[in-house]
Design a protein around this ligand. Structure first.
Ligand code: ADP
Ligand code: MG
Length: 163
């Protein structure tokens, strides 16, 4: 009995060594105030620094996160109500997953919203390229949304150079 437990532990150690798994996560909740956009950008940068991303990789992530948080503030909470924005960042090996969630207006038609140059606020001189930027700088972007319940953006990216 004792011997088999020891063997199991040994094989667990071997498995972990082989997979080189690094798993870590952080959750940040901020009010939908525009100054918090830069806070989230810096916080996420600091969190993923352990992956040794290149300057370009880091800038890609910062830009994508900025777009998602700005959208939550401007569109989700319509730039007037103060609501919470939840940002989760997970690291698994050399891949990060970032979720940005608001409990705001939600999106009626996700495909239209994601069309390059589409904006529902042309009067405010929005450029309509936020989603395009996220898709360009991250490997994958998934949008989940329900009218009047909120929106969740899930973005993933793999780092290669520094890892
Ligand atoms: N978090 C959100 N909540 C509600 N609507 C959103 C959200 N994010 C994006 N949208 C909708 O998707 C559209 C496109 O977003 P985006 O590409 O960032 O362009 P822009 O922000 O310049 O309008 C927005 O105009 C808005 O209608
Ligand atoms: Mg935008």
């Amino acid at each position: 009995m004792q011997e088999s437990k020891k063997n199991n532990e040994k094989s667990d150690i071997k498995k972990n060594k082989k997979n080189k798994k690094i798993i870590n996560s952080v959750v940040i909740a901020v009010d939908s105030i525009s100054s918090n956009e830069s806070f989230v950008r810096v916080a996420i940068s600091a969190f993923i620094a352990s992956l040794n991303p290149t300057v370009d990789e880091l800038n890609d992530v910062k830009t994508a996160v900025s777009e998602a948080v700005t959208n939550a503030i401007i569109h989700g909470y319509e730039d007037r109500d103060i609501g919470k924005i939840f940002i989760t960042c997970k690291i698994k090996n050399n891949e990060i997953t970032i979720e940005v969630r608001d409990c705001g207006t939600g999106i009626d038609d996700i495909a239209t919203a994601m069309t390059p140059m589409y904006t529902s606020k042309p009067d405010q001189e929005r450029s309509g390229i936020g989603f395009t930027v996220m898709e360009t700088f991250m490997d994958k972007v998934v949008v989940k949304s329900q009218k009047n319940l909120g929106t969740k953006i899930i973005m993933t990216k793999k780092f290669f150079t520094g890892y």
